[in-house]
Design a protein around this ligand. Structure first.
Ligand code: IPD
Ligand code: CA
Length: 271
């Protein structure tokens, strides 16, 4: 007889261990925070990105050898696993912040079964913040339950956003930024999509939108927003895995989605 599937609580415990271990490695090696393996105009890939992901993957593979693994440093490849559980890891989200000594960065770990995210942990070591949620566990920050804001209109809202490092017409980052800046009270860019989403979960911001992020940027924190009472929608998914993601306190969701959808290019339909 095969073993019963792991519970969301046990998956969450593993996600927390993984996020803490990756964060601890980054913290123990702060003297190497600027050592890069690749740099471009708007991005940097660090030795520590790869090392932290190896640590994360090692823990997951030891505990759940039959689970699949997707990490940012795999350039999108899904590795290993025969079952339908998949771990999704961004070892350092906010890499440029981390590298520059700006403490707004985190380790993000989620696990899903099919389309359903079951557990997520977002750990920001330099802020001493651990955000968690599971399918049947409320969103928490350092063990305290979270809830989203009650702001009822986009005009009164703070909306977090980000700038994709690449410019592609299907992901119109300036148009998205402009519609947010025009219609929200304030647009804010802090440089870590996962921690931006956690601003929504904790009620410090009312919404988050970004065109061009990947699953590993938002999987864990997206669940945390939802379990804090908020809403999350993926408006577009490109073949290369890039997403348009909108998350809010729920009350401004339809207004923000409408504004963002209005500036996305029409979907290409095959002839
Ligand atoms: C980036 C950050 C940033 C977002 C970018 C992401 P990285 O992730 O989350 O806030 O605007 O789209 O790629 O490269 O720091 O892991
Ligand atoms: Ca990221």
């Amino acid at each position: 007889m095969s073993a019963p599937p792991p519970t969301p609580e046990s998956l969450l415990a593993c996600a927390v261990d993984v996020a803490r271990a990756a964060g601890a490695h980054a913290m123990a090696n702060l003297d190497r925070r600027r050592v890069s393996i690749h740099e471009s105009q708007h991005d940097v890939k660090l030795e520590l990105d790869v090392e932290c992901q190896k640590i994360a993957e090692g823990i997951i593979r030891e505990r759940y050898p039959d689970h699949a693994f997707l990490g940012e440093e795999d350039t999108g490849a899904t590795a290993g696993g025969t079952g339908d559980f998949q771990w999704i890891v961004d070892p350092i989200d906010g890499t440029v912040n981390f590298s520059s000594g700006f403490p707004f960065w985190c380790c993000s770990v989620a696990v899903r079964r099919g389309p359903d995210t079951l557990a997520g942990a977002v750990y920001a070591p330099e802020l001493d913040q651990l955000y968690t949620a599971a399918a049947n566990v409320p969103a928490q920050l350092n063990g305290n339950t979270l809830s989203v804001s009650s702001t009822a209109s986009l005009a009164e809202s703070i909306v977090m956003t980000g700038m994709d490092k690449n410019v592609i017409p299907e992901m119109p980052r300036y148009a998205v930024f402009r519609t947010v800046a025009d219609h929200a009270r304030k647009a804010r860019i802090l440089g870590s999509a996962a921690l931006d989403l956690c601003r929504v979960a904790v009620g410090q911001a009312d919404g988050y939108v970004e065109a061009g992020i990947y699953l590993w940027d938002m999987a864990a924190a997206g669940l945390i927003v939802q379990r804090a009472g908020g809403a999350l929608e993926i408006l577009r998914t490109l073949e290369n895995g890039r997403l348009v993601c909108v998350a809010t306190n729920g009350r401004i969701q339809s207004e923000l989605v409408k504004r963002v959808a209005a500036v996305l290019p029409p979907l290409q339909v095959e002839a």
